[in-house]
Design a binder for this molecule. Sequence first.
Ligand SMILES: Nc1ncnc2c1ncn2[C@@H]1O[C@H](COP(=O)(O)OP(=O)(O)OP(=O)(O)O)[C@@H](O)[C@H]1O
Ligand SMILES: [Mg+2]
Length: 361
Amino acid sequence: MGSEGRGDGERVGGNGGGGRDRLKAGPACQGGPDADQAAMIGAEPGDGVEELEDLAGVGSATAEKLRRAGISTVRDLAAFSARELEGLSELSDGKAEEVSRRAREAVFPKVLSAREYMERRRTMPRLTTGSKNLDRLLCGGLEPGITELIGAYGTGKTQICLQACLTVQLTPNRGGLDGAAFYIDTEDTFKPERLEEIARGIGLEDDRALDRVFGFRAINSDHQFEGLRLAQDYVRERGVKVLIVDSLTAHFRNEYQGRENLVSRQQRLNAFIHQLQRLTTLHDTIVLVTNQILDVPEVIPGVKPMKPAGGNVVAHGSTFRLWLERSKGRTRVNVIDSPKHPKWSTYVALSERGVVDVEEE
Ligand SMILES: Nc1ncnc2c1ncn2[C@@H]1O[C@H](COP(=O)(O)OP(=O)(O)OP(=O)(O)O)[C@@H](O)[C@H]1O
Ligand SMILES: [Mg+2]
């Protein structure tokens, strides 16, 4: 347990020093749409991802080599560095460099002004969690990037993930993305019966709701990578807009125990998170991962410090970090790290209907 990376945990306490009135007023979100606006915003229409052969320098022979390496669109190609392509495919060094550069140029604009960047962010997909409190905390809902749910047993991490698999299917005017979900389950907590119950709770009346949630039971960390590879296909071909990894860290922690394995574990975990980042950057997929907390030795007697598993690799890899705590029968959700959300807290309750709002104190 004590073999985590150093000092990236943060014990959450209080509500950022703001007191009850501040908590009631809600976070001071900047730039992004607020929760009410978010319901009006849906996924951006696809930008017409080109065929490999459309790219200058890619003839049928090169396209065939790329497909054999599992790369089937210009967007996929843009994700790989020349060095990775050389390792993956049968392309010569020069060809790999040329096609990866051309794909990047075709997919990503070179430089954006801050205003253009802001405009792009405004039109990014937003997904309601199904709880207004939580959406407000997230300045309008879940968005592309990796959102990490950190918390002890029973705090509601899995419930929030299951609910996102259903809210994603709602129409944009109800805060959804009219999309499907992919769930990488490492702990056997993916329960269709519970999905049915939550679907009723959020008013998703669609007989096909369970057909649009794809589950993958990962039995070890290699299998978890395999699940992610499959998820990428489902994002491209089956309209998956939200990807869940529940839990992100458990297999890595179990398989690589002890200080002597810490470096290899963190490298492997880093590779996994890197692939998640690519997916969300390329396809605007909303990625939701769960993570456990660890007890660390007391420094101040009587104060029990805690920190998220996975060390700096997870801390730096996640875009938005939420810390969940059980308190008087409810769950308090705290933003502990985000490039855009103010540090804030809110309360939700876990009920038969799913994750629901409770009055903030
Ligand atoms: N059908 C239901 N009706 C009411 N509450 C439920 C129902 N199913 C789950 N819950 C609530 O959700 C809690 C479990 O939450 P969840 O499974 O999300 O925890 P977790 O944070 O994922 O925990 P772990 O770290 O063990 O995976 C239960 O203790 C209960 O309060
Ligand atoms: Mg769980």
